[in-house]
Design a protein around this ligand. Structure first.
Ligand code: SF4
Ligand code: MSK
Length: 674
């Protein structure tokens, strides 16, 4: 049936060693039974390149690849003179160039996603499409001032609200300009705490426009251009800020305006959400522009009737990766799985169509789909596949509903073509997702003060020890979900509240950590008390990869609420990507770091072959921005590093001993600030 049986001496993954998740283990075993190869098998058969892991292989010109492994006896004083590429590039230069190119790749992915959403918003504002509407005019009015767009106008000497259509058009034109405006700086960098903005200004890293910063990385890392690792890091800092505080933040804001700002919503997660007697449509990727339409069309009575006419009981939508997070946070569509479960969803035999847009899609899903009846549909002009079983239906926002209907009908028509016995694992968990800056304020803010004061008070009195942003992918080089779950459990056990996005959010959902009830089971007494009092989970799911911008803005709100210093770097907070794999993760990590966050990555960082460069981003950079990189593969040590950092910040703030709840008045807050 597949490649596995054809090839000789191919090792198969041990399901239990490959994942902590029982549904995943069952499906890996099922794949072996059916002879279908998955990423877990490929990971045991192909070893990664050691020099690539160290970050010191350069292929930026055809005199290379030049490979500079770390000498077994360590580096010497004259390292940059003796360990070098044909052009003389040192290990530091090569590792910094590779690192910067990863930031460029990640920033480009997030920001091009943002551009696509901004283009749809402009079409809506220009009334060129009626498939989308402005679902959250309140959010549009709230963000308009960030773009110097007035929300009121003077009439007869009085200020009255401007029409929402006028605001939309003006904001849309300003937003689309952020990718290529010829002068000035990005509007949204001013949303950062003032001291952070001043640090960026002083260090010359304020982004000018989004595209330019990415292009400049590609130029500066071309053969024979920038050869000073510190100067290269400066540019990747500017590009990372253009991602987190630019392209990603714009994507999040405009998606909220168009599709609605998420509010907490209940759903389920894991492969067990698929239903044997329903048409199962799985949407995978990142951009909600398509998935919003799929959700809308799948709920139409005539479409449900059509599904029934083909023998199905209904339509079951499900998501994988960040499209899952987008559909979950706004509509409660259940999550089928993380990045590493995409092939497994097809192997259930019940996936009638997998619809993909952009990012994190394995090319091998096409090979797996060939073994089943599954229709694999690509929808984005920049993301096609070479296999001949893939259908391409290019999604056009001007005909959004028609395109979505066409796709859903293909899935429905395919329901009767199932050929392999269906096996859907029973495992699924309840989850509450859909948190954001606004809903954290609602749940954890004082009702009469309407801000983050209650959260801050609970941090000051020690019930909440600190805040962790734990995000990012899965990686087949490590046991699926093990580091995600171990780290998050260790943090909440120690009263650290966790903000999550991306595949970490999905992993936590699968483990049942996104329910308020989990607080009593897994949290330390302080965090458990807060969660039980306000009815929130100890792990707050803030959405997709671009929604890491929500974490930046939530941290900014905590700073604004007072009592915890003047900048993000003063907060008892830390970041983590336990099982990272993508270039986007490196861009996110870097914008966390240069926003003042101590950020720990699991597995390894592609910097170990250049210890001087590694020291720069993991030590010296803290003096410039207040945050720094760290790397720790052991999940308990990883969490403990974060907790130690949080405790250090508590000590610096003078709140390390204040374990009893003290109601803070303004004078007390100011005294803490002083
Ligand atoms: Fe080698 Fe220099 Fe070319 Fe890189 S740019 S491949 S180090 S010669
Ligand atoms: S989907 S980038 S594997 S988090 Fe955003 Fe998951 Fe990482 Fe893709």
């Amino acid at each position: 049936m597949s490649d596995v049986k054809k090839e000789k001496a191919v090792k198969l993954a041990d399901p239990v060693a490959a994942s902590i998740d029982p549904a995943t283990q069952e499906m890996i075993a099922r794949a072996h039974e059916l002879g279908v190869e998955t990423v877990f098998d490929r990971a045991v058969n192909m070893k990664p390149c050691v020099i690539g892991i160290q970050g010191t292989c350069c292929k930026n010109c055809s005199m290379g690849p030049c490979r500079l492994p770390l000498p077994k006896d360590g580096i010497k004083e004259d390292d940059i003179e003796v360990r070098k590429g044909l052009c003389g590039a040192s290990a530091n230069t090569i590792a910094a160039r590779n690192f910067a190119r990863m930031v460029a790749g990640g920033a480009a992915a997030h920001s091009d996603h943002g551009r696509c959403v901004a283009e749809v918003f402009l079409s809506v504002a220009r009334k060129e499409t009626d498939a989308y509407q402005i679902k959250d005019p309140v959010k549009l009015r709230a963000i308009a001032p960030d773009f110097d767009v007035a929300t009121t106008v003077e009439v007869d000497g009085k200020q009255v609200d401007r029409k929402i259509d006028e605001i939309a058009l003006e904001v849309a034109e300003k937003v689309i300009n952020e990718w290529g405006k010829p002068e000035g700086e990005l509007y949204s960098v001013k949303r950062a705490p003032k001291p952070l903005y001043e640090k960026w200004k002083k260090n010359g890293v304020l982004p000018r426009n989004i595209d330019r910063e990415i292009v400049e990385i590609m130029h500066r890392t071309h053969m024979g251009v920038d050869q000073d690792y510190k100067n290269i890091v400066k540019q990747c800092t500017r590009s990372a800020i253009a991602d987190g505080w630019g392209g990603s933040m714009l994507a999040t804001d405009i998606q909220d305006v168009l599709f609605g700002t998420p509010t907490p919503i209940q759903s389920e997660a894991n492969l067990g959400v698929m239903k044997e007697d329903h048409v199962n449509i799985i949407v995978h990727g990142h951009e909600p522009v398509l998935s919003e339409m799929i959700v809308a069309v799948s709920q139409k009575p005539e479409i449900i009737e059509y599904a029934k006419s083909k023998g199905a009981k209904g339509i079951q939508l499900g998501g994988i990766c960040c499209t899952a997070n987008e559909m979950l946070q706004r509509h409660g569509v259940p999550t089928v799985g993380t990045f590493l479960q995409q092939e497994l969803a097809i192997i259930t035999g019940a996936c009638d169509a997998m619809v993909v847009d952009i990012q994190c899609i394995f090319q091998n899903v096409a090979n797996v789909a060939k073994c089943f009846h599954t229709k694999l549909i690509t929808t984005h002009p920049i993301a096609k596949m070479e296999q001949n079983n893939v259908i391409h239906i290019e999604f056009d926002e001007h005909y959004a509903l028609q395109d979505a209907e066409k796709i859903i009908k293909i899935a429905i028509d395919n329901f009767q073509n199932r050929k392999t016995e269906v096996m859907i694992p029973k495992h699924k968990s309840l989850q509450v997702a859909g948190f954001g800056v606004e809903s954290i304020e609602y749940h954890l803010g004082g009702t009469y003060r309407g801000s983050y004061y209650t959260l801050n008070d609970n941090i000051i009195n020690g019930r909440i020890r600190g805040i962790a942003g734990v995000v990012g992918c899965n990686n087949a080089r490590t046991r699926h979900n093990e580091a995600h779950i171990t780290i998050v459990k260790e943090l909440i056990k120690n009263d650290v509240i966790v903000l999550t996005t991306g595949c970490n959010g999905i992993a936590c959902a699968m483990e049942g950590l996104l329910t308020p009830e989990s607080a009593a089971v897994y949290c330390g007494p302080g965090l458990a008390e807060v969660c039980e009092t306000v009815g929130i989970p100890p792990v707050l799911h803030l959405g997709s990869c671009v929604d890491n911008s929500r974490i930046l803005l939530a941290a900014t709100e905590v700073v604004k609420a007072g009592g915890l210093g003047n900048d993000i770097s003063d907060l008892p907070a830390a970041g983590s990507a336990p099982e990272w794999m993508s270039e986007k993760a490196i861009s996110i990590g870097h914008y966390f770091v240069v926003s003042g966050v101590y950020t720990v990555f699991g597995l390894h960082l592609p910097t170990s072959g250049a210890p001087v460069f590694h020291d720069y981003i993991s030590k010296e950079i803290e003096k410039l921005y207040g945050g720094k990189w760290d790397v720790e593969a052991d999940p308990i040590k990883h969490a403990q590093l974060m907790i130690a950092h949080i405790d250090k910040k508590r000590k610096d703030l003078g709140i390390d001993k204040a374990r009893e709840r003290v109601l803070m008045d303004m004078a007390a807050r100011q005294a803490l600030d002083a």
